[in-house]
Design a protein around this ligand. Structure first.
Ligand code: DC
Length: 235
């Protein structure tokens, strides 16, 4: 075994939290960072989206917390990191594309305000990430899910830039980029003002404003921080 491989094996596997508002680039950075480190990338938002889809399919009210919690408890929501990206399964069905559609996006934002739903999600997310070797992204990973995470990043960007990036992503996917700005602003408002775990940077998070940074530049910065943590975590 060469020294590098030996060092890699003797390293602790970190828990890395990446939080921030929609459109700040979390998903791309989290998945690229996970690939570089040989870690698993878990998108916590996909779980809220899967529950929202189930609520839509069951004609369940998005305001009825008890009904939503019951639905969550009866559901099998699985995040499957694959080489080709993350897949989300709901009750054994691949819903990865469906959960990105506009109605589910809007519903997920509403589902996620309920404290009982959040508590259920947080428990599942802790189970998934407890062993380390994960880059988990969301809104409350550093503040609530893993307050003791080894590295916390809060990735932010100017709202106008975030809207432009979202529109660009939708155009690439061949979707009509309508109401992107209004939708994003409303989701931002809900994320930041909800009573349970509102979106905010943890006191010990490294805040990165990517407004004027390219994706590679952000990744390099985050990777440097992660490698620094790995060095200091070596036993
Ligand atoms: O990251 P995303 O857009 O896929 O998240 C979908 C919704 O879930 C979004 O409206 C915010 C919410 N969410 C949350 O409240 N907490 C998380 N940890 C992740 C997502």
């Amino acid at each position: 075994m060469n020294d590098q491989a030996h060092n890699d094996h003797s390293r602790r596997r970190l828990i890395i939290a990446i939080d921030g508002p929609a459109g700040a680039g979390k998903s791309t950075i989290a998945s690229r960072l996970a690939r570089k480190l040989g870690y698993v990338n878990l998108e916590s938002g996909a779980m809220y989206r899967a529950l929202a889809l189930k609520a839509i399919d069951n004609d369940s009210s998005l305001d009825d917390e008890a009904a939503l919690l019951k639905l969550a408890q009866e559901s099998r929501i699985q995040l499957e990191p694959t080489l080709g990206g993350n897949r989300t399964q709901l009750d054994g069905q691949d819903v990865s594309s469906r959960i990105r559609e506009r109605d589910v996006t809007e519903a997920a934002s509403r589902v996620s305000v309920h404290p009982g739903v959040r508590a259920w999600m947080v428990d599942r997310q802790r189970e998934m990430g407890a062993g380390g070797g994960v880059v988990m992204e969301g809104r409350d990973i550093g503040t609530k899910v893993f307050p003791g995470a080894d590295l916390k990043i809060f990735l932010d960007a100017d709202p106008v830039i975030r809207e432009q990036r979202r529109m660009q992503q939708q155009k690439i996917k061949g979707e009509i980029a309508s109401n992107v700005a209004a939708d994003l602003r409303e989701r931002d408002r809900r994320d930041r003002t909800r009573a349970a775990s509102p979106l905010m940077a943890a006191a010990d998070a490294v805040v990165i404003d990517s407004t004027k940074m390219g994706e590679d530049e952000v990744l390099a910065r985050v990777e440097e921080l992660a490698r620094g943590k790995l060095e200091s975590a070596r036993f």
